[in-house]
Design a protein around this ligand. Sequence first.
Ligand code: GLN
Length: 484
Amino acid sequence: MHEKTIAELSAALAKGECSSVELTQHFLKRIETLDGGLNSFVTVTAEQALAQAKAADDRRARGEAGPLTGVPMAQKDIFCTDGVRTTCGSKMLDNFIAPYDATVVERFKAEGCPMLGKTNMDEFAMGSSNETSFHGPVKNPWDTARVPGGSSGGSAAAVAARLTPSATGTDTGGSIRQPAALCGITGLKPTYGRVSRWGMIAFASSLDQGGPMAATAEDCALLANVMSGFDPRDSTSIERPEEDFTARLNEPLKDLRIGLPREFFGEGLDAGVAKAIEEAIEQYRKLGAEVKEVGLPNSGLSVPAYYVVAPAECSSNLARFDGVRYGYRCENPKDLMDLYTRSRGEGFGAEVKRRIMVGTYALSAGYFDAYYLKAQKIRRLIADDFARAFEEVDVILGPTSPSTAFKLGEKTDDPVTMYLSDIYTIAVNLAGLPGMSIPAGFSDGLPVGLQLIGNYFDEARLLGVAHQYQSVTDWHRRIPEGFA
Ligand code: GLN
């Protein structure tokens, strides 16, 4: 059952070939037997999932099922879940139980998707390897000595190992696409404002965006239909008519113009990754697409600009964790200052502290213009680069990450090297564009991710471009040994 896509599971449920209770039991059993070596789940909500599955079956019997009713899924532990703990990968929130559901969680509940549990992640979504999690690292199911990517590493590993048909992720600088690439699955980061951020614990609010992670583009389209939509509780949510993200899946690629940014194919790109991407480009040519080079001349500034903007916003967002209202509180504080400093000092991990310090510095009086304002100006230049490229092409294609999954511990002592694993993804967040990663082959037995970037609100086309490739390849069907 677990080798089926969501589209197939949905059809099986509709035909009565299986029930949601059976499906849910199957995936819960897989989590129980297979997640020990992966650590992809922080919390498993078996009892609740089975009750939701039963309700989904009843609903189907009444003839009231939606497309995904009864298909189980998992939530990244950054989304607040009513009555179920939400840790955000941090000691700070280890015992935090939200009194409400995030909009995304509410939407999956309304569709009738049983929630199997909450997936592991880098602390407060800061990281590219899932090694900053308070709950310990997640292992990549393709090679358990390697990282799954981050920050949505638990979601990516769980989907790759088919412990769940799908999981949510969030992408501030690449956290859906990079782990999807390293684990050989499909992930979509929608246009900024498509998916509500309400109840999604904030890291860098002008960049954070939730999205789906699953085996295929078709599945991501079905999930995006559930996840996205206007939410008055999120002030940056975009009010647009409801859209069916599956609408363009079968559109032929003849006359599609694909742009290859020359900056994404230069120094620093692993040869094995480059080879797989070149083969995928060839495949797109065969499908009828026209391929040409484009320039994103300011993309080299994306990592430095991001590492000013993201820490600045995080230093402000994370100020709320003060040991007073909720979250971790130190033992026996001597006074208020001691309560603040020790609660934060003991509750946050090293990477989070590094970001808070960098961000506080960048925002301090006298430095604001030199750092934050400058970074915002670069952000504009980067968005303009994309706007120019989209005058010439319909989608932009390149690698998702410069290398395949690296070894656990390989980059933990060198934050800059770690930061560079998002070199091709970050510009997309700075511009607020939609992007996705799809499996495009292997290099030395490890999955390679292909990135597709679209213009604002062009997710349906992007998903179609991905789906057409998946109709003629089977990389997205591969399941790591030991998890088949
Ligand atoms: N890896 C990047 C960072 O550490 C992006 C994380 C994300 O997208 N949440 O900030």
